[in-house]
Design a protein around this ligand. Structure first.
Ligand SMILES: [Mg+2]
Length: 365
């Protein structure tokens, strides 16, 4: 399917909001792209109710224009107010390979009420099909069409700008990106097969690169190396109009439950460092996937509730898209982090985990 968008919108993540020291070259094909500015404060409707916290916190919130999040008390009111729920996966549906308590029953209840469910992840290591298998393994009945990973977003973005089929994509990342590019009919090189390549410097050594590469896609890559940095850099710096696309810029990821690990942002940062060019981000918090979903399902974003465990990706993604937002505390964000004076990203609501939907009812009058 060819996605056509007259003016694709993508927003750099919070940390990418500063202008590039060097303007990117114009694309060599099709429609040009434009960049927006991330909205750093909540654009959601004010919520009434419990307002706890220190005066300092309130003053920071006021200065940032954000209304402190309300603890979710009446789940039915929230459920009835939207037609679609978008769920982040890690920290919301599962943690690593373990399902979070009460998730199957909660999803069943939402489906029984006729709600559309969509699952969005910034993890680009798997394709939609591979994620479908993970859901199945965990005993969840989720259709491939309901899953949107940033690997898919990279391919969908290239389709949206009519990226020429005779051009190639150089991939710094894992198998998921290759599979999605292949499904979309794009030519690619790189990926895991460049994982064991080494640079042996000898006098006069010159690295050749493919002049037909028109885009470099960078995602999380456990086999990242200097060969890939140099190859991607040559393509972006020397091929006229070559795009630099990031699946996400997450600072950390959770490869094991023992500690935080350097995320996709570290690979993107290396290419940014050598090219001095800001990437086009297609994963959260960029609105590209939100716009895609709204168009695909024909829904207005005010009828969506974004549910996630991260403020700077999930909640910002929902707010950038004009959705209602719910933070769950079952992942990386604690209530202390949410209420810290240093945090200006406030969801509409927060709660412990999504199974609270089953128990939080309005108080009987
Ligand atoms: Mg998460």
């Amino acid at each position: 399917m060819l996605l056509t968008r007259a003016s694709p919108t993508f927003l750099p993540s919070t940390s990418a909001a500063s202008p590039s020291p060097q303007a990117p070259p114009a694309p060599i094909f099709g429609r040009s792209h434009r960049r927006g500015v991330v909205q750093l404060v909540s654009s959601c409707s004010p919520v009434a109710g419990q307002r706890s916290g220190s005066a300092a916190r309130r003053s920071v919130m006021a200065a940032a224009g954000a209304v402190p999040a309300a603890k979710l008390e009446d789940a039915d009111a929230l459920i009835d107010s939207v037609e679609t729920f978008i769920f982040d996966c890690d920290g919301v549906i599962w943690k690593g390979d373990k399902l979070i308590d009460g998730v199957p029953e909660t999803l069943d209840m939402l489906r029984s009420k006729g709600k559309r469910l969509v699952f969005v992840t910034n993890n680009s290591t798997k394709s939609r099909k591979q994620y479908g298998k993970k859901f199945e393994t965990l005993g969840l009945n989720v259709n491939e069409e309901e899953i949107f990973a940033s690997s898919f977003a990279a391919a969908a973005y290239l389709q949206s700008i009519d990226f020429p089929k005779d051009k190639k994509v150089y991939v710094i990342g894992e198998d998921g990106i290759l599979k999605e590019l292949e499904l979309a009919g794009f030519q690619y090189l790189g990926g895991p097969s460049d994982g064991d390549k080494k640079i042996e410097l000898k006098p006069g050594f010159y690295m050749e690169h493919d002049k037909d590469v028109g885009a470099v896609v960078v995602g999380f890559d456990r086999y990242f190396n200097y060969y890939k940095v140099q190859y991607g850099t040559l393509c972006i710096r020397e091929n006229p109009g070559c795009l630099f696309i990031a699946t996400n810029r997450d600072a950390v990821t959770h490869l094991t439950d023992a500690q935080e690990w350097a995320g996709g942002g570290s690979m993107v940062g290396a290419i940014l460092g050598s090219t001095k060019q800001e990437p086009l981000v297609v994963g959260k918090p960029s609105t590209f996937m939100m716009d895609y979903l709204a168009k695909k399902f024909g829904i207005t974003t005010s009828q969506i509730c974004m549910v996630g465990d991260r403020l700077d990706t999930d909640i910002l993604f929902g707010q950038n898209g004009g959705c209602k937002t719910l933070l769950v505390l079952s992942g990386v964000t604690s209530v202390q982090m949410l209420q810290s004076p240093d945090n200006s990203i406030q969801p509409d609501f927060y709660t412990n985990q999504i199974s609270d939907f089953l128990t939080l009812k309005a108080a009987t009058v």
